[in-house]
Write a protein that binds this ligand. Structure first.
Ligand SMILES: O=P(O)(O)OC[C@H]1O[C@@H](O)[C@@H](O)[C@@H](O)[C@@H]1O
Length: 574
Protein backbone atom coordinates (compact mmCIF):
# COMPACT_ATOMS: atom_id res chain seq x y z
CA UNK A 1 0.00 0.00 0.00
CA UNK A 2 1.22 3.49 -0.76
CA UNK A 3 1.50 5.40 2.52
CA UNK A 4 0.63 9.09 2.64
CA UNK A 5 1.73 9.51 6.26
CA UNK A 6 4.58 12.04 6.39
CA UNK A 7 7.43 10.98 8.63
CA UNK A 8 9.60 14.06 8.35
CA UNK A 9 7.36 17.14 8.64
CA UNK A 10 9.35 20.38 8.60
CA UNK A 11 8.65 24.06 9.14
CA UNK A 12 9.88 26.04 6.15
CA UNK A 13 11.57 29.41 6.57
CA UNK A 14 14.34 31.61 5.24
CA UNK A 15 17.32 32.36 7.40
CA UNK A 16 20.91 31.54 8.13
CA UNK A 17 21.96 27.88 8.01
CA UNK A 18 25.17 26.10 7.11
CA UNK A 19 26.07 22.43 7.01
CA UNK A 20 29.29 20.47 7.39
CA UNK A 21 32.08 21.05 9.89
CA UNK A 22 34.29 23.10 7.62
CA UNK A 23 31.49 25.60 6.91
CA UNK A 24 30.61 25.75 10.62
CA UNK A 25 34.20 26.27 11.73
CA UNK A 26 34.77 28.96 9.15
CA UNK A 27 31.64 30.86 10.27
CA UNK A 28 32.75 30.60 13.90
CA UNK A 29 36.28 31.77 13.06
CA UNK A 30 34.88 34.80 11.28
CA UNK A 31 32.48 35.53 14.11
CA UNK A 32 35.14 35.45 16.84
CA UNK A 33 38.34 37.45 17.01
CA UNK A 34 41.67 35.97 18.07
CA UNK A 35 41.11 37.43 21.50
CA UNK A 36 37.56 36.37 22.14
CA UNK A 37 35.94 33.68 24.28
CA UNK A 38 34.02 31.03 22.40
CA UNK A 39 31.74 28.90 24.54
CA UNK A 40 30.15 25.69 23.31
CA UNK A 41 27.58 24.43 25.78
CA UNK A 42 25.76 21.16 25.14
CA UNK A 43 23.07 18.64 26.02
CA UNK A 44 23.68 14.99 26.80
CA UNK A 45 23.84 12.52 23.92
CA UNK A 46 26.15 14.59 21.71
CA UNK A 47 29.40 12.96 20.61
CA UNK A 48 31.95 14.77 22.77
CA UNK A 49 34.69 13.27 20.63
CA UNK A 50 33.31 14.52 17.33
CA UNK A 51 32.67 17.98 18.67
CA UNK A 52 35.97 18.33 20.47
CA UNK A 53 37.93 17.20 17.42
CA UNK A 54 36.23 19.83 15.28
CA UNK A 55 36.35 22.61 17.83
CA UNK A 56 40.11 22.32 18.20
CA UNK A 57 40.26 23.76 14.68
CA UNK A 58 39.33 27.08 16.27
CA UNK A 59 42.96 27.28 17.40
CA UNK A 60 42.64 28.48 20.95
CA UNK A 61 45.31 29.64 23.37
CA UNK A 62 43.33 28.15 26.20
CA UNK A 63 40.98 25.18 25.83
CA UNK A 64 38.80 24.10 28.73
CA UNK A 65 36.53 21.06 28.80
CA UNK A 66 33.99 21.38 31.59
CA UNK A 67 34.31 17.70 32.43
CA UNK A 68 37.72 18.59 33.91
CA UNK A 69 36.00 21.05 36.24
CA UNK A 70 33.30 18.65 37.42
CA UNK A 71 33.19 16.89 40.77
CA UNK A 72 34.38 13.26 40.60
CA UNK A 73 31.89 10.66 39.34
CA UNK A 74 31.58 9.18 42.80
CA UNK A 75 30.47 12.58 44.16
CA UNK A 76 28.03 13.04 41.26
CA UNK A 77 26.57 9.64 42.13
CA UNK A 78 26.08 10.75 45.73
CA UNK A 79 24.66 14.11 44.61
CA UNK A 80 21.98 12.41 42.53
CA UNK A 81 21.35 9.30 44.65
CA UNK A 82 18.22 10.70 46.28
CA UNK A 83 16.61 11.22 42.87
CA UNK A 84 17.82 7.98 41.33
CA UNK A 85 16.43 5.83 44.19
CA UNK A 86 16.86 2.04 44.29
CA UNK A 87 13.89 1.31 42.03
CA UNK A 88 14.78 -0.20 38.65
CA UNK A 89 12.26 1.97 36.80
CA UNK A 90 11.22 4.96 38.82
CA UNK A 91 13.21 7.84 40.23
CA UNK A 92 12.15 11.14 41.77
CA UNK A 93 12.19 14.41 39.82
CA UNK A 94 15.47 16.14 40.57
CA UNK A 95 15.82 19.76 41.63
CA UNK A 96 19.60 19.86 41.20
CA UNK A 97 21.15 22.84 39.39
CA UNK A 98 23.93 22.39 36.85
CA UNK A 99 26.35 24.49 38.88
CA UNK A 100 26.29 21.78 41.59
CA UNK A 101 28.20 19.51 39.20
CA UNK A 102 31.18 21.85 39.26
CA UNK A 103 34.02 21.62 41.74
CA UNK A 104 33.98 25.22 42.98
CA UNK A 105 37.76 25.45 43.35
CA UNK A 106 38.41 24.14 39.85
CA UNK A 107 35.73 26.44 38.48
CA UNK A 108 37.33 29.49 40.11
CA UNK A 109 40.77 28.50 38.89
CA UNK A 110 39.46 28.12 35.34
CA UNK A 111 37.75 31.50 35.50
CA UNK A 112 40.99 33.06 36.71
CA UNK A 113 42.93 31.43 33.86
CA UNK A 114 40.38 32.73 31.36
CA UNK A 115 40.79 36.26 32.69
CA UNK A 116 44.52 36.05 32.31
CA UNK A 117 44.50 34.46 28.87
CA UNK A 118 45.68 36.65 26.06
CA UNK A 119 44.41 34.91 22.95
CA UNK A 120 41.27 33.03 21.97
CA UNK A 121 39.67 30.97 24.73
CA UNK A 122 37.42 28.00 23.98
CA UNK A 123 35.24 26.46 26.67
CA UNK A 124 33.36 23.29 25.77
CA UNK A 125 31.03 20.87 27.54
CA UNK A 126 27.95 20.68 29.74
CA UNK A 127 27.48 23.97 31.53
CA UNK A 128 30.23 25.74 29.58
CA UNK A 129 28.16 28.91 29.68
CA UNK A 130 28.51 28.94 33.48
CA UNK A 131 32.31 29.07 33.20
CA UNK A 132 32.91 32.15 31.07
CA UNK A 133 31.25 35.22 29.68
CA UNK A 134 30.96 34.22 26.07
CA UNK A 135 31.71 36.53 23.18
CA UNK A 136 30.24 33.79 21.01
CA UNK A 137 27.85 31.29 22.62
CA UNK A 138 27.05 28.07 20.78
CA UNK A 139 24.70 25.35 21.93
CA UNK A 140 24.97 21.76 20.68
CA UNK A 141 21.50 20.37 21.32
CA UNK A 142 20.10 16.84 21.07
CA UNK A 143 16.50 15.55 20.98
CA UNK A 144 15.66 13.00 23.65
CA UNK A 145 14.57 10.34 21.21
CA UNK A 146 18.00 10.36 19.55
CA UNK A 147 19.62 10.27 22.99
CA UNK A 148 17.64 7.12 23.79
CA UNK A 149 18.86 5.47 20.59
CA UNK A 150 22.44 6.38 21.51
CA UNK A 151 21.94 5.05 25.05
CA UNK A 152 20.95 1.70 23.58
CA UNK A 153 24.17 1.67 21.55
CA UNK A 154 26.15 2.66 24.69
CA UNK A 155 27.20 5.87 22.98
CA UNK A 156 25.68 8.43 25.35
CA UNK A 157 27.27 9.32 28.66
CA UNK A 158 25.18 10.79 31.44
CA UNK A 159 25.75 14.17 33.02
CA UNK A 160 28.99 13.93 35.02
CA UNK A 161 28.87 10.13 35.01
CA UNK A 162 29.89 7.60 32.40
CA UNK A 163 27.07 5.07 32.73
CA UNK A 164 27.23 3.65 29.20
CA UNK A 165 27.59 0.10 30.47
CA UNK A 166 24.39 0.25 32.51
CA UNK A 167 21.18 -1.32 31.19
CA UNK A 168 19.18 1.06 29.00
CA UNK A 169 16.38 1.36 31.57
CA UNK A 170 18.80 2.80 34.15
CA UNK A 171 20.38 5.18 31.63
CA UNK A 172 16.91 6.38 30.65
CA UNK A 173 15.88 6.73 34.29
CA UNK A 174 18.88 8.99 34.97
CA UNK A 175 18.09 11.06 31.89
CA UNK A 176 14.41 11.46 32.65
CA UNK A 177 14.53 12.09 36.38
CA UNK A 178 17.77 14.02 36.60
CA UNK A 179 19.99 14.93 33.65
CA UNK A 180 17.38 16.31 31.26
CA UNK A 181 15.68 18.25 34.04
CA UNK A 182 19.00 19.77 35.12
CA UNK A 183 20.04 20.61 31.56
CA UNK A 184 16.62 21.94 30.56
CA UNK A 185 16.56 24.21 33.59
CA UNK A 186 19.95 25.58 32.51
CA UNK A 187 18.97 25.84 28.84
CA UNK A 188 15.87 27.86 29.72
CA UNK A 189 18.15 30.54 31.19
CA UNK A 190 20.33 30.95 28.10
CA UNK A 191 18.01 30.83 25.07
CA UNK A 192 18.28 34.56 24.49
CA UNK A 193 22.08 34.49 24.70
CA UNK A 194 22.86 31.66 22.29
CA UNK A 195 24.39 33.00 19.05
CA UNK A 196 24.46 29.68 17.16
CA UNK A 197 22.69 26.34 17.51
CA UNK A 198 24.34 23.15 16.29
CA UNK A 199 22.48 20.00 15.26
CA UNK A 200 24.62 16.85 15.36
CA UNK A 201 21.86 14.24 15.11
CA UNK A 202 23.51 12.87 11.96
CA UNK A 203 27.11 11.96 12.82
CA UNK A 204 29.68 13.94 10.81
CA UNK A 205 26.90 15.87 9.06
CA UNK A 206 26.30 18.82 11.39
CA UNK A 207 24.13 21.85 10.69
CA UNK A 208 24.21 25.25 12.30
CA UNK A 209 21.69 28.10 12.48
CA UNK A 210 21.98 31.50 14.10
CA UNK A 211 19.90 33.10 16.82
CA UNK A 212 17.62 35.03 14.46
CA UNK A 213 16.82 31.92 12.47
CA UNK A 214 16.18 29.93 15.64
CA UNK A 215 13.68 32.49 16.90
CA UNK A 216 12.13 32.94 13.46
CA UNK A 217 11.46 29.19 13.52
CA UNK A 218 9.98 29.41 17.01
CA UNK A 219 7.79 32.36 16.01
CA UNK A 220 6.52 30.59 12.92
CA UNK A 221 5.77 27.35 14.78
CA UNK A 222 3.96 29.21 17.54
CA UNK A 223 1.69 30.94 15.03
CA UNK A 224 0.75 28.10 12.67
CA UNK A 225 -0.31 24.45 12.65
CA UNK A 226 2.73 22.19 12.82
CA UNK A 227 3.78 18.61 13.40
CA UNK A 228 6.65 17.20 15.41
CA UNK A 229 8.72 14.33 14.01
CA UNK A 230 7.11 11.00 14.94
CA UNK A 231 9.24 8.10 16.10
CA UNK A 232 8.47 4.41 16.18
CA UNK A 233 9.69 1.59 18.36
CA UNK A 234 9.13 -2.16 18.69
CA UNK A 235 7.45 -3.64 21.77
CA UNK A 236 6.99 -7.15 23.19
CA UNK A 237 3.33 -6.87 22.19
CA UNK A 238 3.97 -4.84 19.01
CA UNK A 239 2.00 -5.27 15.80
CA UNK A 240 2.13 -4.91 12.03
CA UNK A 241 -0.41 -2.16 11.26
CA UNK A 242 1.89 0.86 11.44
CA UNK A 243 4.49 -0.90 9.32
CA UNK A 244 2.11 -0.90 6.36
CA UNK A 245 0.13 2.20 7.13
CA UNK A 246 3.19 4.41 7.71
CA UNK A 247 5.60 2.56 5.44
CA UNK A 248 8.08 1.75 8.22
CA UNK A 249 11.16 -0.42 7.90
CA UNK A 250 9.80 -3.85 7.01
CA UNK A 251 12.81 -5.72 8.43
CA UNK A 252 11.81 -4.84 12.00
CA UNK A 253 9.98 -7.64 13.75
CA UNK A 254 7.16 -5.29 14.81
CA UNK A 255 6.30 -1.76 15.82
CA UNK A 256 4.35 -1.28 19.03
CA UNK A 257 4.86 2.40 19.69
CA UNK A 258 4.32 5.40 17.46
CA UNK A 259 5.05 8.64 19.31
CA UNK A 260 3.30 11.28 17.29
CA UNK A 261 3.08 14.10 19.81
CA UNK A 262 5.36 13.91 22.82
CA UNK A 263 7.03 17.31 22.53
CA UNK A 264 9.45 16.65 25.34
CA UNK A 265 10.94 13.76 23.37
CA UNK A 266 10.15 14.45 19.70
CA UNK A 267 12.16 16.59 17.32
CA UNK A 268 11.12 19.68 15.43
CA UNK A 269 12.53 20.17 11.95
CA UNK A 270 13.24 23.60 10.49
CA UNK A 271 13.69 23.64 6.74
CA UNK A 272 15.94 26.67 6.37
CA UNK A 273 16.32 27.25 2.64
CA UNK A 274 16.56 23.47 2.10
CA UNK A 275 18.90 22.77 5.00
CA UNK A 276 16.98 20.60 7.47
CA UNK A 277 17.85 21.55 11.01
CA UNK A 278 16.72 19.19 13.77
CA UNK A 279 16.16 20.23 17.37
CA UNK A 280 14.21 19.06 20.41
CA UNK A 281 10.63 20.29 20.02
CA UNK A 282 10.64 21.17 23.69
CA UNK A 283 12.65 24.26 22.68
CA UNK A 284 9.40 25.63 21.27
CA UNK A 285 7.53 24.88 24.49
CA UNK A 286 10.22 26.59 26.55
CA UNK A 287 10.60 29.69 24.40
CA UNK A 288 7.03 30.27 23.23
CA UNK A 289 4.96 28.73 26.03
CA UNK A 290 2.19 31.28 26.26
CA UNK A 291 1.56 31.50 22.49
CA UNK A 292 1.77 27.74 22.12
CA UNK A 293 -0.05 26.51 25.22
CA UNK A 294 -2.30 29.49 25.86
CA UNK A 295 -1.99 31.69 28.95
CA UNK A 296 -4.41 29.76 31.19
CA UNK A 297 -2.70 26.47 30.30
CA UNK A 298 0.73 27.96 30.94
CA UNK A 299 -0.55 29.30 34.25
CA UNK A 300 -1.44 25.77 35.30
CA UNK A 301 1.30 23.69 33.69
CA UNK A 302 4.19 26.14 33.38
CA UNK A 303 6.42 25.19 30.47
CA UNK A 304 5.09 21.64 30.28
CA UNK A 305 3.26 20.52 27.16
CA UNK A 306 0.48 18.60 28.91
CA UNK A 307 -1.08 16.51 26.10
CA UNK A 308 0.41 13.33 24.61
CA UNK A 309 -0.72 11.49 21.47
CA UNK A 310 0.80 8.12 20.61
CA UNK A 311 -0.10 4.90 18.87
CA UNK A 312 -0.13 1.42 20.38
CA UNK A 313 -0.26 -1.20 17.63
CA UNK A 314 -1.11 -4.78 18.66
CA UNK A 315 -2.33 -6.03 15.27
CA UNK A 316 -1.01 -9.62 15.04
CA UNK A 317 0.94 -8.78 18.20
CA UNK A 318 -0.14 -9.34 21.80
CA UNK A 319 -1.96 -7.84 24.79
CA UNK A 320 -0.29 -4.94 26.55
CA UNK A 321 0.51 -5.71 30.17
CA UNK A 322 -2.50 -5.50 32.48
CA UNK A 323 -1.71 -2.27 34.26
CA UNK A 324 -2.70 0.73 36.33
CA UNK A 325 -1.32 4.27 36.64
CA UNK A 326 -0.66 6.16 39.88
CA UNK A 327 -3.14 8.58 41.36
CA UNK A 328 -2.10 12.23 41.47
CA UNK A 329 -1.12 12.09 45.14
CA UNK A 330 0.87 8.89 44.69
CA UNK A 331 2.68 10.38 41.71
CA UNK A 332 3.53 13.47 43.76
CA UNK A 333 4.66 11.62 46.84
CA UNK A 334 6.71 8.95 45.12
CA UNK A 335 7.99 10.54 41.91
CA UNK A 336 7.72 14.29 42.48
CA UNK A 337 5.36 14.59 39.48
CA UNK A 338 3.14 17.66 39.31
CA UNK A 339 0.37 15.69 37.58
CA UNK A 340 -0.17 12.07 36.77
CA UNK A 341 -0.59 9.73 33.82
CA UNK A 342 -4.29 9.98 33.00
CA UNK A 343 -5.15 8.26 29.74
CA UNK A 344 -7.66 7.33 27.11
CA UNK A 345 -7.68 4.89 24.18
CA UNK A 346 -9.18 6.09 20.91
CA UNK A 347 -9.48 3.06 18.63
CA UNK A 348 -8.02 3.88 15.21
CA UNK A 349 -8.54 0.41 13.84
CA UNK A 350 -9.46 -3.02 15.13
CA UNK A 351 -9.82 -6.54 13.89
CA UNK A 352 -13.07 -8.42 14.55
CA UNK A 353 -11.73 -10.04 17.71
CA UNK A 354 -10.20 -6.90 19.25
CA UNK A 355 -10.96 -6.02 22.87
CA UNK A 356 -9.91 -3.86 25.76
CA UNK A 357 -9.60 -4.88 29.40
CA UNK A 358 -11.07 -2.09 31.50
CA UNK A 359 -12.38 -1.85 35.08
CA UNK A 360 -13.28 -4.62 37.48
CA UNK A 361 -16.19 -7.00 37.03
CA UNK A 362 -19.09 -6.25 39.36
CA UNK A 363 -18.87 -8.07 42.69
CA UNK A 364 -15.21 -8.84 42.24
CA UNK A 365 -13.45 -9.13 45.55
CA UNK A 366 -10.63 -6.64 45.05
CA UNK A 367 -8.54 -8.04 47.86
CA UNK A 368 -8.80 -11.56 46.41
CA UNK A 369 -7.70 -10.27 43.01
CA UNK A 370 -4.69 -8.50 44.51
CA UNK A 371 -3.79 -11.68 46.36
CA UNK A 372 -3.87 -13.63 43.10
CA UNK A 373 -1.81 -10.96 41.35
CA UNK A 374 0.77 -11.20 44.12
CA UNK A 375 0.90 -14.96 43.79
CA UNK A 376 1.16 -14.66 40.00
CA UNK A 377 4.06 -12.21 40.46
CA UNK A 378 5.81 -14.90 42.50
CA UNK A 379 5.18 -17.41 39.73
CA UNK A 380 2.77 -19.42 41.88
CA UNK A 381 -0.17 -19.23 39.48
CA UNK A 382 -1.27 -17.99 36.06
CA UNK A 383 -3.43 -14.93 36.63
CA UNK A 384 -6.92 -15.28 35.19
CA UNK A 385 -7.63 -11.73 33.99
CA UNK A 386 -11.05 -12.68 32.60
CA UNK A 387 -12.23 -13.70 36.06
CA UNK A 388 -11.69 -10.20 37.45
CA UNK A 389 -11.54 -7.62 34.67
CA UNK A 390 -14.14 -6.53 32.11
CA UNK A 391 -13.15 -7.70 28.64
CA UNK A 392 -14.91 -5.31 26.28
CA UNK A 393 -15.09 -5.96 22.52
CA UNK A 394 -13.95 -2.95 20.56
CA UNK A 395 -14.28 -1.47 17.11
CA UNK A 396 -12.96 1.46 15.12
CA UNK A 397 -13.78 4.88 16.70
CA UNK A 398 -14.58 3.60 20.19
CA UNK A 399 -13.16 5.83 22.90
CA UNK A 400 -12.21 4.35 26.28
CA UNK A 401 -11.47 6.72 29.16
CA UNK A 402 -8.82 5.61 31.64
CA UNK A 403 -8.44 7.87 34.66
CA UNK A 404 -5.47 7.03 36.90
CA UNK A 405 -6.21 4.08 39.19
CA UNK A 406 -8.27 2.17 36.57
CA UNK A 407 -7.12 -1.35 35.73
CA UNK A 408 -6.73 -1.62 31.96
CA UNK A 409 -4.91 -2.68 28.84
CA UNK A 410 -5.54 -2.92 25.14
CA UNK A 411 -5.76 -6.48 23.82
CA UNK A 412 -4.34 -7.98 20.68
CA UNK A 413 -5.43 -6.79 17.20
CA UNK A 414 -6.17 -3.14 17.87
CA UNK A 415 -4.56 0.15 16.97
CA UNK A 416 -4.95 2.59 19.81
CA UNK A 417 -4.42 6.31 19.55
CA UNK A 418 -3.60 7.19 23.14
CA UNK A 419 -4.82 10.65 24.05
CA UNK A 420 -3.36 11.25 27.44
CA UNK A 421 -1.56 13.54 29.80
CA UNK A 422 2.16 13.73 29.08
CA UNK A 423 3.82 11.50 31.72
CA UNK A 424 4.34 8.09 30.14
CA UNK A 425 6.67 5.96 32.18
CA UNK A 426 4.45 5.58 35.21
CA UNK A 427 2.89 2.24 34.38
CA UNK A 428 2.46 -0.25 37.20
CA UNK A 429 2.34 -3.60 35.46
CA UNK A 430 0.14 -6.04 37.34
CA UNK A 431 0.39 -9.00 35.02
CA UNK A 432 2.41 -9.52 31.83
CA UNK A 433 0.95 -12.75 30.50
CA UNK A 434 4.09 -14.81 31.32
CA UNK A 435 5.88 -13.04 28.50
CA UNK A 436 9.43 -11.77 28.21
CA UNK A 437 10.52 -8.27 27.28
CA UNK A 438 12.49 -7.51 24.14
CA UNK A 439 15.71 -8.08 26.06
CA UNK A 440 14.65 -11.66 26.79
CA UNK A 441 13.99 -10.95 30.47
CA UNK A 442 10.64 -10.69 32.28
CA UNK A 443 9.56 -7.05 32.54
CA UNK A 444 9.32 -5.58 36.08
CA UNK A 445 5.92 -6.18 37.71
CA UNK A 446 4.66 -3.70 40.29
CA UNK A 447 1.70 -5.20 42.15
CA UNK A 448 2.96 -3.66 45.39
CA UNK A 449 2.69 -0.16 43.98
CA UNK A 450 -0.38 -1.02 41.92
CA UNK A 451 -2.45 -2.15 44.86
CA UNK A 452 -1.96 1.22 46.53
CA UNK A 453 -3.59 3.07 43.64
CA UNK A 454 -6.13 0.62 42.18
CA UNK A 455 -9.65 2.00 42.12
CA UNK A 456 -11.59 -1.02 43.39
CA UNK A 457 -14.90 0.85 42.99
CA UNK A 458 -14.55 0.90 39.23
CA UNK A 459 -16.96 -1.98 38.52
CA UNK A 460 -18.77 -2.99 35.34
CA UNK A 461 -21.64 -0.50 35.71
CA UNK A 462 -19.24 2.39 36.40
CA UNK A 463 -16.99 1.31 33.55
CA UNK A 464 -19.77 1.01 30.99
CA UNK A 465 -21.51 4.26 31.90
CA UNK A 466 -18.50 6.48 32.58
CA UNK A 467 -15.54 5.07 30.71
CA UNK A 468 -16.83 3.52 27.47
CA UNK A 469 -18.04 5.69 24.61
CA UNK A 470 -19.38 8.46 26.80
CA UNK A 471 -20.27 10.34 23.64
CA UNK A 472 -22.54 13.36 23.45
CA UNK A 473 -23.46 15.44 20.40
CA UNK A 474 -22.46 19.05 21.06
CA UNK A 475 -23.60 20.77 17.89
CA UNK A 476 -24.46 19.87 14.32
CA UNK A 477 -24.52 21.82 11.10
CA UNK A 478 -25.14 21.10 7.46
CA UNK A 479 -22.54 18.41 6.62
CA UNK A 480 -20.84 18.27 10.03
CA UNK A 481 -21.29 17.06 13.58
CA UNK A 482 -19.26 17.87 16.69
CA UNK A 483 -19.29 15.33 19.53
CA UNK A 484 -17.70 15.33 22.95
CA UNK A 485 -16.08 11.96 23.56
CA UNK A 486 -14.26 12.57 26.83
CA UNK A 487 -12.14 12.48 28.73
CA UNK A 488 -13.50 11.42 32.10
CA UNK A 489 -14.44 14.28 34.43
CA UNK A 490 -11.43 13.56 36.65
CA UNK A 491 -9.01 14.10 33.74
CA UNK A 492 -8.03 17.57 32.50
CA UNK A 493 -8.23 16.90 28.76
CA UNK A 494 -11.34 17.59 26.68
CA UNK A 495 -11.80 15.69 23.40
CA UNK A 496 -14.10 16.65 20.56
CA UNK A 497 -14.72 14.58 17.45
CA UNK A 498 -15.79 16.25 14.22
CA UNK A 499 -17.37 14.29 11.40
CA UNK A 500 -17.57 16.48 8.31
CA UNK A 501 -17.70 16.67 4.55
CA UNK A 502 -17.68 20.49 4.47
CA UNK A 503 -15.36 23.12 6.01
CA UNK A 504 -15.51 23.33 9.82
CA UNK A 505 -14.22 26.28 11.80
CA UNK A 506 -12.45 25.55 15.09
CA UNK A 507 -11.39 27.89 17.89
CA UNK A 508 -8.45 27.22 20.14
CA UNK A 509 -10.25 28.98 23.01
CA UNK A 510 -7.05 29.74 24.95
CA UNK A 511 -5.66 26.19 24.87
CA UNK A 512 -3.26 24.40 22.60
CA UNK A 513 -5.23 21.97 20.38
CA UNK A 514 -3.83 18.59 19.33
CA UNK A 515 -5.66 16.78 16.54
CA UNK A 516 -5.46 13.61 14.53
CA UNK A 517 -7.17 12.76 11.26
CA UNK A 518 -8.82 9.51 12.34
CA UNK A 519 -10.89 8.99 9.19
CA UNK A 520 -10.31 10.16 5.64
CA UNK A 521 -7.28 10.46 3.42
CA UNK A 522 -6.51 14.15 3.44
CA UNK A 523 -7.63 17.45 4.93
CA UNK A 524 -6.35 20.99 4.77
CA UNK A 525 -6.00 23.34 7.72
CA UNK A 526 -6.41 27.00 6.80
CA UNK A 527 -6.53 30.38 8.45
CA UNK A 528 -9.89 32.14 7.92
CA UNK A 529 -7.92 35.40 7.99
CA UNK A 530 -4.84 34.26 6.03
CA UNK A 531 -2.63 34.42 9.09
CA UNK A 532 -0.73 31.20 8.39
CA UNK A 533 0.16 29.03 5.40
CA UNK A 534 -2.37 26.24 4.78
CA UNK A 535 -1.19 22.81 5.95
CA UNK A 536 -2.18 19.50 4.42
CA UNK A 537 -2.73 16.61 6.83
CA UNK A 538 -2.97 12.95 5.89
CA UNK A 539 -4.68 10.00 7.54
CA UNK A 540 -3.43 9.30 11.08
CA UNK A 541 -1.11 12.32 11.25
CA UNK A 542 -1.19 14.21 14.54
CA UNK A 543 -0.92 17.98 14.32
CA UNK A 544 -0.68 20.78 16.83
CA UNK A 545 -2.49 24.11 16.72
CA UNK A 546 -0.92 26.73 19.01
CA UNK A 547 -3.40 28.57 21.22
CA UNK A 548 -2.34 31.87 19.59
CA UNK A 549 -3.81 30.73 16.26
CA UNK A 550 -7.29 31.31 17.74
CA UNK A 551 -9.36 30.35 14.66
CA UNK A 552 -8.68 27.71 12.00
CA UNK A 553 -10.71 25.98 9.37
CA UNK A 554 -10.47 22.33 8.36
CA UNK A 555 -11.94 20.86 5.19
CA UNK A 556 -11.61 17.64 3.19
CA UNK A 557 -8.88 18.03 0.57
CA UNK A 558 -7.37 16.17 -2.39
CA UNK A 559 -8.73 12.63 -2.57
CA UNK A 560 -11.15 13.40 0.26
CA UNK A 561 -13.04 16.25 -1.39
CA UNK A 562 -16.75 15.44 -1.21
CA UNK A 563 -16.11 12.63 1.27
CA UNK A 564 -16.63 12.39 5.00
CA UNK A 565 -13.61 12.86 7.26
CA UNK A 566 -13.19 12.72 11.03
CA UNK A 567 -10.83 14.50 13.36
CA UNK A 568 -10.36 14.03 17.08
CA UNK A 569 -9.24 17.14 18.92
CA UNK A 570 -7.78 17.41 22.41
CA UNK A 571 -7.45 20.57 24.47
CA UNK A 572 -6.98 21.44 28.12
CA UNK A 573 -10.16 22.11 30.08
CA UNK A 574 -9.96 25.67 31.27
O1 LIG B 1 3.69 -1.30 29.62
P1 LIG B 1 3.30 -2.06 28.40
O2 LIG B 1 2.75 -3.40 28.60
O3 LIG B 1 4.40 -2.05 27.41
O4 LIG B 1 2.08 -1.26 27.86
C1 LIG B 1 2.20 -0.27 26.98
C2 LIG B 1 1.63 1.04 27.43
O5 LIG B 1 0.26 1.00 27.61
C3 LIG B 1 -0.32 2.26 27.63
O6 LIG B 1 -1.64 2.12 28.03
C4 LIG B 1 0.39 3.26 28.52
O7 LIG B 1 -0.13 3.16 29.78
C5 LIG B 1 1.88 3.09 28.61
O8 LIG B 1 2.39 3.81 29.69
C6 LIG B 1 2.21 1.65 28.68
O9 LIG B 1 3.57 1.45 28.86
Amino acid sequence: MLSTYKKKPAIGLNGFAVEGWSAIISVLKKHSTDKSTVVIDCYTGISHEELQTQITQLESDLFIHTKDLFIPESDATVLTARFMTDDVLFGYNSNISLVEYFDSKKLKAAQQAIQEAEGRVVVFGHGAQLVANADTLIYADMPRWEIQLRMRKQEATALGIDNRKEPFSLQYKRGLFNDWRVLDKHKRTIYEKVDFWIDTVMPQAPKMIDRQTFFAGMDKAAASPFRVVPFFDPAPWGGQWMKDEFDLESSKVNYGWGFDCVPEENSLLLDVDDIIFEMPSVNLVYTRSSALLGKPVEARFGKDFPIRFDFLDTVDGGNLSLQVHPTTQYARDHFGLPYTQDESYYIMDAKEDAFVYLGLKTSVDGEAMIHELERAEQGELVFDADKFVNKIPTKKHDHFLIPAGTIHCSGINAVVLEISSTPNLFTFKLWDWQRLGLDGKPRPINVQRGKEVLNLDCDTAYTMTQLVNDVEVVVTGDGWVEEKTGLHKSEFIETRRHTFSVPVTHYTADSVNVLNLVEGEEIIVESPTDDFEPMIIHYAETFIIPAAVEAYRIRPHGASVGKTCMTIKASVRI
